[in-house]
Design a binder for this molecule. Structure first.
Ligand code: FES
Length: 188
């Protein structure tokens, strides 16, 4: 009979009923090994899904470099004094606008040596590059220092509203004989 009582205790423990005093007590740990393995599995699934979502978001919003616009409006011709090199656009656009008695043209403020920004020296009537000393006449022609060629001129036009429009994407090169081409100057 004592054996019968012992077997009765064992069967109850299997059902989770330990009121009769189980031989095997329930585990004191909150998470069993199986729970931990399952949790890790879900974590890796979530991690992989997150990577896919991040990839999709990056695809939908690609990295784009927003460069400043190449075309800008530069006011009206009468705002420029005859015979002067106007420096108002150098800081923002790296462009000088020069008005002669009968025409205007735009000169790129990028040194043809290594790309520094020259300065206009009114008293000396020349552009001077601070980096290696290249000098350029008002026309843009190089005459001293290491710069191998003249400053470039840029496309200039008059818009429908009468304002000057400069397009920095279109350049006119002196050595190619382009300074007389339409678009390299405007008649005023
Ligand atoms: S970058 Fe202008 S002289 Fe060198």
């Amino acid at each position: 009979m004592p054996e019968q009582a012992e077997s009765s205790k064992s069967s109850k423990c299997g059902d989770g009923d330990c009121s009769g005093g189980c031989a095997k007590k329930s585990s004191p740990h909150l998470w069993g090994r199986r729970d931990i393995v399952t949790g890790l599995g879900w974590l890796s699934v979530l991690g992989a899904s997150g990577g896919v979502v991040a990839g999709l978001v990056r695809f939908m919003f690609p990295k784009v470099l927003f460069e400043p616009a190449q075309v800008f409006r530069a006011g009206f011709p009468h705002e420029y004094a005859i015979g002067t090199v106007d420096t108002r656009w150098v800081r923002d656009q790296r462009v000088w606008i020069i008005r002669e008695p009968a025409k205007m043209y735009a000169v790129s403020a990028i040194c043809t040596h290594l790309g520094c920004t020259p300065v206009w020296l009114t008293n000396e009537d020349k552009f001077k590059c601070p980096c290696h000393g290249s000098g350029f006449y008002k026309t843009g022609i190089n005459y001293e220092g290491p710069a191998p060629r003249a400053l470039e001129r840029l496309k200039i036009d008059v818009g429908s509203d009468g304002q000057i429009v400069v397009d920095k994407s279109k350049k006119f090169i002196q050595e190619k004989g382009e300074w007389n081409l339409p678009g390299s100057y405007i008649v005023v």
